[in-house]
Ligand binder design. Structure first.
Ligand code: NAD
Ligand code: LYC
Length: 590
């Protein structure tokens, strides 16, 4: 539970966000995994598997690795973000032999971690959806169970505490009734509208929760679901092209309440409610009360570590410091990948967990951009990146009963979507004190920021700018919530969009896709197959978009489609072709 002692190394381990060369990050597979509360289920199949080599980039010296003639690998996955790891582990659980190639030294991407001076920091979000023990939408729990793991989690009593203009303060309690009563107490004249809007969200959530979630690109499954759960499927089909803001406006008139719903959506989509697909909004606005937000003991990085370990235990492989620089095509079919050191690996299918911009713009740069990708780029732009500040602070700076997650927008609703306009703050040590040395807390602060603000600066100017911008954000937090914050800091690491670009290998350090205008809900979002035969994408630039649980779903869908294509799941080539054409046509209508 919360107080479980986690032995963190005494030596500083430089963080991924440090820009100093020659930094090291100890392998999660050799150091910290034993200290995480990860339980191995009894699973005969897993016990019979012998762990294969990990970190084995040196295994063979010639250019070409095995995998071609004997078809050693059924699939290669480029990148070990949660999207890539879920696709890989789901495939391995179906009996496929998978190779994951990760550029960095540990798994997880945006859901990784780093340690420094006894603090253990989550790289990205600490708000975990899908981590409960009930329903069909606990996709993180299910992904871990597929590799025989279960992580101990700490229930968060509130998802987020909003601190908004005109002193509007709303706490999103775990219990739905408590949240709704608090919201109604702030907007009593909108009681009906509030119940109707959130009621629609529940209709969608309950439909999603009733379904078995698999690839929407696989016709036998999709038609089977329509047959088994017609009402639920029709509900989802009805809401698929709709956005939360438009539905909120059907029921609610008060502009301040509509702005609150914008903020509810912004924290998960980085855009306002009018641009946020209703299905995605419903998923997060309800799961936080249904399964609740649960924090994994030992930090978010433990999820990726457990998945990577599970993958290896099932006889597949993961290699680190394996930077894929191109996807190898033969007769317009993806057959393998080439690394920066010249090594080549071959497999029946290639899955890219790099963003679609990176996949098509960098790994396939010689190719003309396929029409589908042009359409994707017409509908979606890269969301800005983040400025992130990871701090260790003295515990005395926290008022009693401080919540774990906060969203702060001080003066004007107009600033919601502006760079540095609003501030996200997570204090995961409120839930799991073992992440920091005794008497200290972690502050993970982030705010949107574009790469253009950080380019063309000299080294000194860049460092000075990081210090100035971070200090302004910290001062705002001090003024609003934590008197004495500046003087309580014992450790501070600032990451910019350039840092995110470098360490997460995401074009411009982007947070993910953002609709160019008002989208038709999720209709234009591409699934996992691509115009290149044998190449699939997974992660947040695929349906349903950003979010750890969202990319986990994209991993489940991708694994199902690939498994059907390599004969590990039922498939029907005739229906496949018809459905893929139909889905392409739907997307072109968006
Ligand atoms: N600060 C934040 O909170 C933050 C920031 C960005 C993204 N996110 C969230 O993180 C999730 C993204 O998950 P995801 O699974 O889509 O991806 P990811 O970005 O987390 O992981 C992609 C992985 O692929 C690796 N990679 C990329 N290109 C590679 C290459 N050429 N060769 C080898 N490895 C390569 C990267 O190193 C990374 O580990 C989403 O939930 C997103 O919303 C959060
Ligand atoms: C195909 C056709 C055409 C039709 C058919 C119909 C149908 C059947 C349909 C179906 C559908 C489905 C199944 C769908 C599904 C979906 C899903 C699952 C979704 C999900 C989503 C999720 C999400 C979006 C999530 C997100 C999250 C996030 C992003 C988070 C974040 C967080 C953060 C950033 C943190 C914050 C912090 C603070 C405040 C501090």
């Amino acid at each position: 539970m919360a107080g479980t002692a986690l032995k963190l190394g005494l030596n500083s381990q430089l963080p991924p966000f440090s820009l100093f060369p020659n930094q090291h990050h100890s392998s999660p597979l050799t150091t910290t995994s034993s200290s995480l509360s990860v339980k191995l289920f009894t699973n005969k199949r897993l016990q019979n598997h012998k762990p294969k080599a990990v970190l084995s980039t040196e295994r063979r010296t010639e250019g070409r690795e095995e995998g071609r003639d004997g078809e050693k690998y059924d699939a290669i996955v480029i990148g070990s973000g949660i999207g890539g790891l879920v696709a890989a582990t789901q495939l391995a659980a179906k009996g496929a032999r998978v190779l994951v190639l990760e550029k960095y030294v540990i798994p997880g991407g945006s859901s990784g971690y780093y340690t420094r001076d006894g603090f253990k920091f989550d790289v990205g979000s600490s708000v975990m959806f899908g981590f409960s023990d009930k329903g069909n939408l606990n996709l993180i729990t299910q992904a871990l169970a597929a590799v025989g793991h279960k992580m101990e989690v700490i229930p968060d009593p509130s998802t987020v505490h909003f601190h908004l203009p005109k002193q509007l303060s709303v706490r999103v309690h775990r219990e739905y009734d408590d949240f709704i009563s608090e919201l109604i107490s702030k907007f009593p004249h909108e009681k009906q509208g509030i119940l109707q809007f959130y009621g629609d969200c529940w209709k969608i959530f309950n439909s999603l929760n009733a379904m078995e979630l698999k690839s929407l690109e696989e016709p036998l499954y999709l038609f089977g679901q329509f047959f088994k759960k017609p009402l639920e499927c029709l509900t989802l089909a009805y809401y698929l092209p709709q956005n939360a803001g438009a539905i909120a406006r059907k029921y609610i008139k008060d502009p301040e309440l509509l702005s609150f719903i914008d903020a509810e959506c912004f924290i998960v989509s980085t855009v306002n409610a009018l641009q946020t697909p209703m299905i995605n909004a419903s998923m997060v606005l309800c799961d936080r009360h249904f399964g609740g937000i649960n924090y994994p003991v030992g930090g978010v990085g433990g999820i990726a570590e457990a998945l990577a370990n599970g993958l290896v235990n099932m006889g597949s492989e993961i290699q680190y410091k394996a930077n894929v620089t191109s996807i190898i095509l033969e007769n317009r079919k993806a057959v393998g990948v080439r690394l920066s050191n010249g090594k080549e690996f071959f497999a029946r299918k290639v899955i890219s967990n790099a963003t679609r911009w990176d996949t098509f713009g960098k790994l396939l740069k010689e190719e003309e951009l396929p029409e589908e990708e042009k359409n994707f780029q017409k509908s979606y732009v890269k969301a800005p990146s983040f400025l992130s500040v990871h701090m260790g602070v003295k515990a005395s700076v926290l008022p009693p009963d401080t919540d774990c997650h906060h969203f702060i927008l001080e003066d004007s609703w107009d600033n919601l979507e502006k760079p540095y306009g609003s501030i996200f703050l997570s204090i995961p040590t409120v839930l799991d004190p073992s992440l920091a040395p005794e008497g200290h807390h972690i502050f993970h602060i982030f705010t949107t920021s574009g790469i253009e603000d950080w380019e063309g600066l000299g080294r000194k100017e860049y460092e000075q700018k990081k210090e100035t911008v971070a200090n302004e954000i910290i001062q705002r937090l001090e003024n609003k919530l934590f008197p004495g914050l500046q003087s309580s800091i014992v450790l501070k690491e600032v990451g910019t969009p350039k840092t995110h670009r470098r360490f997460l290998a995401r074009d411009n350090g982007t947070y993910g896709p953002m609709p160019r205008g008002t989208p038709k809900g999720l209709l234009a979002m591409p699934f996992n197959t691509t115009a290149i035969d044998g190449l699939y994408c997974v992660g947040d630039s695929c349906f349903p978009g950003q979010g750890v649980i969202a990319v986990a779903f994209s991993g489940v869908m991708c694994a199902h489609r690939v498994a059907a294509d390599i004969g590990l799941e039922k498939n029907s080539p005739v229906l496949d072709a018809a459905l893929l054409r139909l889905l392409g046509w739907f997307r072109s209508m968006a």
